[in-house]
Design a protein around this ligand. Sequence first.
Ligand code: NAD
Length: 484
Amino acid sequence: MKMNDVTKQHRNLIAGEWVEGADVNENRNPANTDEIVGLYARASKDDAKRAIAAARAAFPAWSKSGPQQRHDLLKKVSDTIAARADELGELLAREEGKTFAEAKGEVMRASQVFGFFSGEALRQTGDAIDSVRPGVEVMVQREALGVIGLITPWNFPIAIPAWKIAPALAFGNCVVIKPADLTPGCAWALAEIIHEAGAPEGVFNLVMGRGSEVGAEILDSPEVDAVSFTGSVETGRMVARTCVAQMKKVQLEMGGKNPLVVLDDADLDTAVNCALNGAFFSTGQRCTASSRLIVTAGIHDRFVEALTEKLRALKVGDPMDSAVHIGPVVDEGQLEQNRRYVKIGQEEGATLVCGGEVIEGDTPGHFMTPALFTGTTNEMRINREEIFGPVATVIKVADYDEALRVANDTDFGLSAGICTTNLGHAAHFRRHAEAGMIMVNLPTAGVDYHTPFGGRKGSSYGPREQGQYAREFYTTVKTSYIQA
Ligand code: NAD
């Protein structure tokens, strides 16, 4: 297995050159904070400006390069990621903290995303329409937008960059990406792969660093045509305000407070496994995590008992240990936030059935046991605000109608799930749950790579990501009228 060299500074990729940053970021392992995963350059505003200028300069040739060249590049990236899956999975587990199995799965997802969009590069679609004026023909085609700024979060450090970079390049755009400062390693490895696969100079640029410096430059630059952002609601709102003021196209994916409804007629094992996976795997650090478990009275006690038993059996620890189910929380700040919400839940009168304790591992890391609250109401802060950790709540309701009402009573609308054996309730929920993605007898987290991803209300803004729907954001429509 190829390991990351911890003495090497991983530099930014600007105009096809590896460039030192203004500062160096020590990327540390959240499961062992004594361990430096790697040293990563932090770009300055000027570095970001140069990256944006390089992308602008590369755009005319790249946007006219033709689909074969773009297909070949993306296919090569997809194949290389897959070939390096073990090494990249280990890097991901060590910088972000999800278990090696989850991390390798995320790496393979990135490979699949590039594979999918290598095909999309070839599947250019358009329309030929007869004009209402005799002798005139109308053609509708999609064209690249220009320079796309990508700003990504820490929790999916390779999959999210992949599902933004791949469609951007497939449709002929040039890219400047700023990954999260907490997890630059996977984005750097992806940049190396894209560079070595032969991306022409300036077509793809990586500028690692802080949001307030590098991210702000991407948002403010008049040379950036569109911004795709994934991260918190607070930052996302600011990104939207800045982009709209400059009339930049913008796409936001933000937080969630996703409900999983469990009805009396649910298969108990299915419901418990959906809750366990959806709420707690990947240390609960998923925007699609089932943080609110809305359970009808007839199954409530059996469900809580079975889920608690499974939670107590989960092993928290080093993500590289194959016996471990839940890795560390990503950093000290997130751990503090989780602890604060556990305290808030107790002060609000909820019952902490299990977990919520910070524990010591074999190495100094941010370990916390998965926490389950019962006796909660949907008005409590723990049910209204995104915690983003291994913490879930149970809200007891009388029946399906109340469950649906509570599920929809939230500022968010990313994913919503239901566990039931009643086809009528499942169909009604699919129609009436106010979320972008609906899961029936499946965890709220866990989506395909070739289907649209995104939500409603406070969770998302702008066109969907992924699958064929990604075309909507990464291209613009041109209508031509032709008289022969
Ligand atoms: P964050 O908002 O703190 O940071 C996201 C990115 O924005 C980072 O790259 C950060 O450096 C950058 N940024 C911060 N300040 C900026 C500024 N002033 N200007 C420009 N860029 C700036 O989010 P995070 O903590 O990295 O990620 C966790 C959040 O992401 C959670 O809320 C989670 O729900 C959300 N998320 C959403 C999805 C989704 O698809 N809906 C997926 C994953 C994560």
